[in-house]
Design a protein around this ligand. Structure first.
Ligand SMILES: Nc1nc2c(ncn2[C@@H]2O[C@H](COP(=O)(O)OP(=O)(O)OP(=O)(O)O)[C@@H](O)[C@H]2O)c(=O)[nH]1
Length: 339
């Protein structure tokens, strides 16, 4: 059984450590390793996180950002944890608190793709703290803040006790991540460690995506849904994903959803990708609702929607006058317009 890794992110000062402390003090983080990543020579945050978990469960990765310089350290740390587990130490979960300036995608990629890590750990979810007071400014001004929201499985609005979130902030969050309905940090059931069922259900249902089928925002990220009403050949799905990974990885922040395949039509395929890294597709035991339909939510850099939609159309046999079909693309990938 792989060990779930929960990533807690959010812009500088958004309230990550406060949320973590709150959950630690509630006592439900037994057998949890907490990895805190900080900028600067002297880490502070790890001192601020209360030691409610075993002393050696607290690991500080400082002097760099997880998404760049200390990536190797993260792999080493997870390998060490894995060895401890083999030696009999109980470990139910890992929580990684990133720096406020981190892009969480490389962290996810380490867990999903690094040899020796991906078999022993799995991404359980990304929780992003957003400050109700300063969140809108951060989102307007910083790419990292937008990426943190775009990649979130859960968005927690902090400091709502000081001021309620503005409608503009709520609208911006919905545009950046139509899959997720923000929750209030003060709500009684807020948790940083969502169980797998909650997260995978959020990923595959239509909640949010159905209402915001085609959302974009002028701050560089757009979210849209690709849908198809007929079963798709599984091989075509694989080719579509491969081509996206090889040609669009820097622009495609995230793709998640369910696919109705010709093979095993009663058990939809779950697709879950972060940039170029995709989880091995999993089958659901059955459809989550009565509606059978392929739904893929894509969060990408602004301006790439047309290319991604054209590729999807080609691989699902939806011919368009000015777009090559699947055969043309797979025989000559250079034929994709705009790439
Ligand atoms: N009133 C109020 N203050 C909060 C809340 N959450 C965090 N704070 C305060 O905001 C400040 C920053 O909180 P932290 O939890 O350290 O934020 P962080 O995201 O870990 O900060 P960095 O690690 O520096 O990015 C602290 O002074 C907290 O006490 C909240 O929900 N309400």
């Amino acid at each position: 059984m792989s060990i779930p890794v929960h990533i807690v992110t959010g812009f500088l000062g958004a309230g990550k450590t406060t949320l973590l402390n709150r959950q630690l003090s509630s006592g439900d983080l037994a057998n949890t390793a907490i990895i805190v990543n900080e900028f600067g020579d002297v880490g502070i945050d790890h001192l601020l996180v209360e030691s409610a978990s075993p002393a050696d469960a607290m690991i500080e990765l400082s002097d760099g950002c997880l998404c760049c310089t200390v990536r190797g350290d993260l792999v080493d740390t997870l390998e060490q944890l894995s060895r401890r587990v083999s030696g009999g130490t109980p470990l139910e979960r890992v929580i990684i608190e990133t720096t406020g300036l981190a892009d969480p995608a490389p962290v996810l990629q380490v867990i999903m793709a690094a040899p020796g890590i991906r078999d022993r750990f799995r991404v359980a979810g990304v929780v992003t703290a957003v400050c109700a007071l300063t969140g809108l400014d951060s989102l307007d001004q910083h790419n990292e803040a937008r990426t943190q929201v775009a990649l979130a499985d859960v968005i927690i609005l902090t400091k709502t006790d000081i001021a309620p979130p503005s409608p503009a902030l709520i609208a911006t969050l919905a545009a950046l991540n139509p899959l997720v309905e923000p929750v209030d940090a003060n709500a009684s059931d807020v948790s940083l460690t969502l169980d797998d069922a909650t997260v995978s259900n959020a990923k595959i249902t239509d909640s949010g995506a159905g209402h915001h089928n085609d959302r974009h925002h002028d701050n560089g990220i757009e979210a849209f849904t690709l849908t198809h009403n007929r079963p798709i050949d599984e091989a075509s799905v694989g080719m579509f994903v491969d081509l996206l990974r090889s040609t669009m990885a820097p622009e495609m922040l995230r793709m998640k959803g369910i696919v109705w395949t010709e093979q095993l039509a009663d058990q939809p395929l779950v697709i879950h990708g972060v940039r170029s890294v995709f989880d091995p597709p999993q089958r659901l035991a059955s459809w989550p609702s009565s509606e059978r339909k392929t739904r893929l939510v894509v969060i990408s850099k602004h301006g790439k929607r047309r290319h991604i939609a054209d590729l999807f159309a080609a691989f699902t046999g939806q011919a368009r006058i000015d777009t090559p079909d699947q055969q043309a693309i797979t025989e000559n990938p250079l034929a994709i317009p705009g790439m």
